[in-house]
Write a protein that binds this ligand. Structure first.
Ligand code: SF4
Ligand code: SF4
Length: 340
């Protein structure tokens, strides 16, 4: 059995989550993109490259993840990838819904991206397509097959909610048969479309999963999948009251970049204009007060402050009013390594 480890935060590693556009061909019921906050712009290649260059001093320790919207809708994604590779970033990943527009796989080589990460939110066509749109399950599987056949390393992201948690265990054979090397379990956040109620009617009662159900299903399923030599990563979510709590906004180095120039250090803040950094004439500058950093240092018995503000439905209290557990930083992960 592989050893499970908590992937602790490190200032010696930087993650650049780069939304190069917000446009998408799909309209997922739980989409976290908020065009009101982040606009509808598609960044020109020159700007993408200039913003990547703002991190050049730490490129050796920085992982770049190209996102959208759907990043393959960007006609110059391949050129942005080549620029990132040439600049010497530690790793380059594309997060895609699987439609792989603009012939992206014929414009880049497997050596130019470390992973292509696909999103599927149900083992069955029925559940995935209910959440992500008709035909999206088949298209994602086809995309993975094409990427694997061309020699690209692939991963799969599954956003767990009350609508699909019961199918998580069914994904194991699919991952193995497709040759997917890494499996990322994420937890649904109450932001974007989910926060606006755009997904009502899809989720039984609430999109969030109870602590008991999460603990009953997630760690055991992750361990089972990892036994097939697939690296599995999942968010810790629930901490015991005595566990130490850390906010990645304080102790880690993450950047969530949007095409209107906003840069957040915490993804839970993305529905609000409280970003702490922004691009001004292609330079990364700090914003004025008040911003997200004013929240990061606050200490509350429930753990993550932003969680309590925007998605308190996952908290539980004892009769005396004290929290039963803490909510971890959404970026704190458990990882069980595989060897693919
Ligand atoms: S969740 Fe991703 S794939 Fe789905 S609509 Fe939003 S950006 Fe597109
Ligand atoms: S999710 Fe919570 S703990 Fe993590 S960076 Fe944001 S505010 Fe900090």
């Amino acid at each position: 059995m592989k050893e499970k480890k908590t992937v602790s935060f490190s200032k010696n590693s930087t993650n650049i989550f780069f939304h190069i556009l917000t446009n998408c061909n799909l309209s997922c019921r739980h989409c976290y993109i908020n065009k009101k906050q982040h606009g509808k712009k598609t960044l020109p290649l020159e700007t993408i490259n200039a913003w990547l260059d703002a991190f050049v001093g730490k490129s050796e320790i920085a992982n770049v993840i190209f996102l959208g919207g759907e990043p393959t809708l960007h006609p110059d994604l391949s050129l942005a990838i080549k620029h990132a590779k040439k600049t010497g970033f530690k790793s380059v990943t594309i997060d895609t819904n699987g439609y792989l527009f603009n012939g992206i796989l014929s414009k880049i080589e497997p050596g130019e991206v470390d992973y292509i990460s696909f999103s599927l939110d149900g083992a069955s066509k029925r559940t995935n397509d209910m959440l992500r749109g008709k035909g999206s399950h088949d298209k994602c599987i086809l995309g993975i097959k094409e990427a694997v056949s061309k020699g690209f390393k692939t991963s799969l992201i599954y956003t767990v909610s009350s609508a699909n948690i019961d199918e998580l265990g069914m994904i194991e054979d699919l991952l193995f048969d497709l040759g997917v090397g890494r499996f990322f379990i994420q937890v649904i956040g109450i932001r974007g479309r989910t926060a606006k109620g755009g997904s009502s009617g899809i989720f039984p009662e609430t999109p969030q999963v109870s602590r008991q159900k999460w603990l009953d299903i997630i760690p055991a399923t992750a361990e089972k999948i990892a036994r097939r030599d697939i690296t599995v990563t999942y968010p810790k979510v629930f901490l015991n009251p005595k566990d130490g709590f850390e906010c990645a906004g304080v102790v880690a180095d993450n950047y969530f970049i949007f095409p209107n120039g906003r840069v957040y250090r915490c993804p839970l803040c993305e529905d609000y204009p409280i970003h702490s950094v922004e691009f001004e004439e292609n330079r990364l500058v700090k914003t004025g007060k008040i911003n997200e950093t004013d929240l990061f240092g606050l200490s509350i018995p429930e753990g993550c402050v932003m969680n309590k503000l925007i998605q308190p439905g996952n908290l539980g209290y004892k009769k005396d009013g004290t929290p039963e557990y803490k909510i971890a930083c959404c970026l704190l992960k458990e990882e069980i390594p595989g060897s693919r």
